[in-house]
Design a binder for this molecule. Structure first.
Ligand SMILES: [Fe+2]
Length: 400
């Protein structure tokens, strides 16, 4: 009985979200693409009238000098720059508050994020909280901001989160690292640059795990009941690019073609998830991060094949279609056979890019708490193709 009420409430909430997604305009950033596009973006920033810019990044990127060409260009263009390079993986509210202090001290009128999903999410929260004059924690939830943020520009240096285009930002609590999600179309940057050259030095492990994050975005958006013709186009393209190029990007990191393909794939997957949403893979993966410190992309890789197997009866036609589109199954194969090929190809790709699929410390005593967190995120937020209950969730966790 209780399960039925919870399920009904989730369905009502989902229907409201679907209406909101249809009615609310979903902005897209101006996107510059190709070798050198990150430097060209600095010209766009100046042309938009920015006088003082807060650059949000992390120390390792500063130390290898990745930002130098962009900083030189900004100097040449006479844009005053202040740098906050204190972003850490899975940024907390302390990180966002530190960034806000830098912003107010420098009097910056715009924000530029250079880095992976962590720097981008922190910069999104900084830009939105600054203009709204509120504590960043107040922004957690759906549409909590009252006004637009400061103009935000983004240069991603990993190919995975698609955060340069999404309406979400994940910020963690300092004490227990529970993740809070800000969802607001006003988080979408004004402009972004997909510059594969900046990704050539990304370590193989980060490349592999980010790539699996992007693949999960594409597959969850593809499987969602909120999928549309537009999101299908993005999800399809992202999947194909990832199956074709991720392995090369991991094993031959200096291949500019593979890096550019993966940057595009992550961007498309972000566009797909913006409207279609995610699913149980992310719900459970976020908990594996909070409980055991498993990095986001790796956690997705661990969970993805199992949730696909759980969804297979509800998604066989859809899975079959995308498997054939990506060339993972022959054109004349049936949906069942093609779905097997898709799930097997995901498993093979995870092994090929050498992702560690162990969850150190995972124990049945934590299962209920993990599922409580996962379902709190998923139910009523994600238009999952098949509803999961606690018994099914525990069975799935036993397979990890
Ligand atoms: Fe993700």
């Amino acid at each position: 009985m209780l399960q039925t009420i919870v399920r009904l409430r989730a369905q009502v909430q989902l229907s409201a979200l679907k209406v909101a997604a249809t009615v609310l305009p979903l902005p897209k950033p101006l996107t510059l693409v190709g070798n050198g596009s990150s430097t060209r973006l600095m010209e766009t920033i100046q042309a938009m009238g920015v006088k003082r810019l807060l650059v949000v990044s992390d120390r390792p990127l500063m130390e290898i000098g990745l930002l130098n060409p962009m900083l030189r260009k900004l100097k040449q263009l006479k844009v005053e720059v202040s740098i906050y390079a204190g972003v850490t993986p899975d940024p907390t509210f302390s990180v966002v508050n530190e960034g806000l202090n830098h912003l107010s001290q420098s009097g910056s009128d715009a924000v530029l994020a250079v880095g992976g999903g962590s720097s981008i999410d922190a910069a999104k929260a900084i830009a939105l909280a600054a203009r709204n004059g509120c504590k960043p924690r107040k922004l957690i939830g759906v549409l909590k901001a009252r006004r637009r943020g400061l103009p935000l520009f983004v240069v991603p240096t990993t190919a995975g989160t698609g955060s340069e285009v999404t309406i979400g930002a994940v910020i963690s609590e300092d004490e227990n690292h529970q993740k809070g999600l800000i969802i607001d179309p006003r988080l979408v940057p004004v402009a972004t640059a997909l510059d594969g050259r900046l990704m050539k030095n990304m370590p193989a492990r980060v490349t592999a795990e980010s790539g699996l994050d992007a693949l999960t975005h594409a597959i969850e958006a593809w499987s969602s009941d909120f999928a549309t013709e537009e999101t299908d186009g993005y999800a399809r393209a992202a999947c194909r690019l990832i199956f074709d190029h991720l392995s090369t990007a991991v094993h031959r990191g200096d291949s500019l073609a593979a890096r550019e393909a993966m940057a595009t794939a992550a961007h498309y997957a972000g566009l797909a998830l913006n409207q279609a949403g995610l699913g149980y893979v992310h719900g459970i993966a976020h908990q594996l991060g909070a409980f055991y410190g498993v990095p986001h992309g790796r956690a997705n890789a661990i969970v993805l094949p199992h949730v696909m197997a759980f969804n297979r009866d509800a998604c066989e036609t859809r899975f079959g279609e995308i498997a054939r589109y990506c060339g993972l199954a022959s054109e004349d194969s049936g949906d069942g056979e093609a779905t097997n090929a898709l799930i097997e190809s995901v498993r093979r790709l995870i092994a090929e890019v050498r992702i560690d699929t162990e969850v150190p410390g995972l124990q049945p005593g934590d299962f209920n708490a993990i599922l409580r967190g996962a379902f709190a995120e998923a139910h009523g937020t994600y238009a999952v193709p098949r509803y999961m209950d606690y018994r099914q969730g525990r069975e799935l966790l036993l397979m990890l």
